[in-house]
Design a protein around this ligand. Sequence first.
Ligand code: G5P
Ligand code: MG
Length: 219
Amino acid sequence: MTVKNKLLKALILGAPASGKGTISSRIVKKYTVAHVSSGDKLRDHIEKQTDLGKEVKKYLNEGKLVPDDVMIKFMITELKKVDDKPWLLDGFPRTVGQANALWKVQPVDVVLNLVVPFEVIIDRVRNRWVHLASGRVYNIGFNTPKVEGKDDVTGEDLVQRPDDRPEAVQKRLEIYESVTRPVIDFYKEKGILKEFHGRTSDEIWPKVTSYLDPIFTKF
Ligand code: G5P
Ligand code: MG
């Protein structure tokens, strides 16, 4: 597909820990596009103890979805802040209700869906460390931080996500199967979904660039 004379609006979908954040950061480095991650934004609110942060904390910690009304209002407001730029949305929408609400205010052009086997995912979350302020993410053995426990850019502490505990991961995967999978069908029916299969982000990345290169050069 080609998109001319307009700002690309793209989504990245995939199960928890399928590499949405990892692939998004590579997309942002290669193409001019703003990365908007619902999970990173919510974690930032929790860290800063805002009213929203206090409201959503228990959902994130337990691996449950934040209710649609809260999420839709929050993300539509966040997207308005970047509507003069091309954007890549990560983590939203996650329910068909959210997908419908987004489609009404901003139909999207491209949807990337990462398909990674579940056993690979379970292994990854055990070794994930994050820098909360930036959303930068590390994995011991894959992209190990230069100094153990410290962010490469700021030198600040890395933390493990509370929802990376095994019981919360299990919950997130169950919710993904039952509630988020229909979102994939929503975009399939619109004819704008492209799937990328692989066991590693390095295997998936060249497939993503082959797909995105012609789309971005048409701008
Ligand atoms: P999030 O933050 O959207 P998830 O569960 O969808 O959370 P997550 O965990 O952020 O997704 P990811 O972004 O898909 O995963 O993956 P990633 O962080 O890039 O990679 C995972 C790990 O694997 C990292 O450590 C990375 O370094 C490593 N890795 C990547 N590639 C490889 C590889 O090839 N090899 C190896 N060895 N490692 C690799 O949402 C969190 C919560 O926020 C709420 C919910 O409570 C949700 O549970 N929320 C919403 N609630 C309702 N509606 C919404 N729209 C919501 N959005 C967020
Ligand atoms: Mg992520």
